[in-house]
Design a binder for this molecule. Structure first.
Ligand code: BEZ
Length: 212
């Protein structure tokens, strides 16, 4: 059955471009992003992996480990990584799974047979430190994902995990956030000393709590 938000992310071991990996061990106590690519030596995938490599520092700052999946072989990955580094002016330093037996693709329902019987769609899972699935996005092969949006969602998820807040439409770092409905009016004042703006009893804003 397909994975849903809140489900436990299945563990697996896999051959990757950086050696054999146990997924849970790789993630440790931090956050993770597992994302699939239809095939090696394809143009959109090349730009996506390049962009992810360029954003490595941003992922590391957020304690997020990334792990890519492609159903091609390790041999193919090696040559392709050289092409990605050359054409995208970066160094891919995260692992890419060689999922030739489709084990990971099947566990995470990354093959959508009516889109392609053999290759994965562009699935992306954000996994929390508790190993549950926090975000699922699925794009078709022809559309490259927006990795700035992926970072934005991670920021939102981490704020929600650490404070009793949610983020409004189009929220960006530094903008006000929404006080969770579970917080009473009385508690809101105590929990958010920077102030609470009550627009409606159910719509309350507070400055982003993790900024000084
Ligand atoms: C691509 O990465 O460019 C791609 C891969 C599979 C199908 C279509 C596009």
């Amino acid at each position: 059955m397909a994975l849903r938000l809140g489900d436990t992310a299945p563990n697996f071991t896999a051959k990757t471009s950086l050696g054999e990996i146990d997924f849970y061990e790789y993630l440790g106590n931090g956050w993770g992003i597992l994302f699939s690519h239809p095939a090696d030596y394809t143009p959109v995938c090349t730009t996506e992996l390049g962009k992810t490599a360029l954003l490595q520092e941003e992922f590391a700052k957020r304690n997020v480990k990334v792990l890519a999946v492609s159903v091609d072989s390790l041999g193919k990955h090696e040559g392709w990584i050289k092409d990605i580094n050359e054409t995208q002016h970066t160094t891919v330093n995260f692992p890419i799974i060689a999922d030739e037996d489709r084990n990971v693709a099947t566990l995470y329902d990354m093959i959508h047979p009516n889109a392609s019987a053999t290759t994965t769609v562009r699935s992306l899972f954000v996994i929390g430190p508790d190993k549950t699935v926090k975000l699922i996005i699925t794009y078709p092969a022809s559309t490259g994902r927006n990795f700035i949006e992926v970072l934005r969602v991670v920021d939102s998820l981490q704020l929600t995990a650490n404070y009793s807040v949610a983020t409004p439409a189009d929220w960006k770092q530094g903008e006000d956030v929404i006080v969770a409905l579970s917080v009473s009016a009385e508690d809101a004042i105590k929990k958010f000393p920077k102030g609470v703006e009550v627009v409606k009893p159910y719509l309350r804003y507070t400055p982003q709590p993790d900024l000084i």
